[in-house]
Design a protein around this ligand. Sequence first.
Ligand SMILES: Nc1ncnc2c1ncn2[C@@H]1O[C@H](COP(=O)(O)OP(=O)(O)O)[C@@H](O)[C@H]1O
Ligand SMILES: [Mg+2]
Length: 457
Amino acid sequence: MAECEGVTVARHVSFSEGVGTSPTLTLPTGPGHSWQVPPRYDVRQIIGTGAYGSVCEAFDHEHNRLVAIKRVDDMFEDLTDCKRVLRECAILSKLHSENVVALYDIVAPRDMNTFEELYMVMEICDTDLKKLCRTDVSLTALHINTLLYNLLVGLNYLHSAGIYHRDLKPANVLVNQDCSVKICDFGLSRAIHDAKLDLEDLPNTPRGYDGAQQLVPVGRHTQRLTRALTRHVVTRWYRAPELILLQEHYSEAIDIWSVGCIYAELLGMLEGTRVQDRGPLFPGSSCFPLSPARRHRTDHRFHTRGSHDQLNVIFDLLGTPTAEQVGQLERDDAKRYVRCSAERAGRGFASKFPHVNNGAIELLEMTLRFCPQERATVAALLDHPELREVRDPARETKASHFISLNFEKEPDLDQWLLRKHFLDEARRYHPELPEVDAHVACARDHGYATNPAIAGA
Ligand SMILES: Nc1ncnc2c1ncn2[C@@H]1O[C@H](COP(=O)(O)OP(=O)(O)O)[C@@H](O)[C@H]1O
Ligand SMILES: [Mg+2]
């Protein structure tokens, strides 16, 4: 495989510097005293924040290495969010690929009945692709193809384990100076073996109807959901059309779409391009079915005419789908929505990216197709001549079996069962932890059956 060096990226690039006379925010750079981790971990600076918590760099004195620790707080505030964190732990602990971030440790909770935070200790990377894209650094075609290839090797492994990532975006792709790539953030991932890939658990894809048959978000607005909704628009930039259109049946092709968006963003960093011209390929700011304007919530024409509608930003480049492709959509409201878009041919990738070669244009065309069935598989992409120079088939490892998560089968995953499952996950790293029958212990210690405050938590 071709060596790929020479990208100089600062570890954990910071964006807090003020520009000119603009006011600056003083952001915390350290974790404070609230991080309850064993003394073997010397917690240093904050290197990332997201919807679910913050990530710090730490030194692990037991293994003499730097690690990243992700802290999730207020774990049981919202049980849907809590289940996502459990999924992330359970999936990550079962994945073993050089292109998926390694989970080294789950800090053992001090008291299984009362713990509210979780600490995941992971291998640390220099930065992520979102930070890299915001840095004044240009990439060569070799860098970009190496990054894409490494990402595809990771995705190939994930799909072979029956895992759909469902939230691939630059911030969730960690990267090192040698162009190695580690996929992270499995909070929205699902194991297909456990079937039911319900859209309900994808934040920002509301599914409920209110009395007026308008699509409105379901569920309480917890602090975390509010945080996720603030990121609403950003998250959808990398989301495949079938997810935007709330199709129930989707496939691993959703991740291929995201890879195409990420690749396009990397191509914007090719030598000779300007930093201010960089950015996401499809930066929509509103989309089906939510509307920023309540008055027009059901008026599809109003939205699809706008130049910022997520799907219409996509159609500007790809062209509108054919009548046959629209006909294949599952939902009538989705069909109506797409049909409202003014028919057009689309600008096309070659015109949008005049500076890239034909091979790269072909890769974009293979990944960014409206119809998931027409999108290339990971295998086809790995095999593309554009990646021949960087390919090393020996690295394209696959999982030996599909991953299955035992808690997905639990019909009633309440707080105490969740606590038990977290303990089971922590026990993989700490076999000395005692096994507890969650319900028995918690009913005894907290009056679970009789105390409505706890029972309804
Ligand atoms: N292992 C790691 N090494 C370096 N940076 C990391 C690591 N894990 C996470 N980060 C940084 O923290 C950010 C948030 O982490 P992530 O797991 O995506 O959490 P969230 O679910 O809150 O989005 C990432 O976008 C990245 O910048
Ligand atoms: Mg993330």
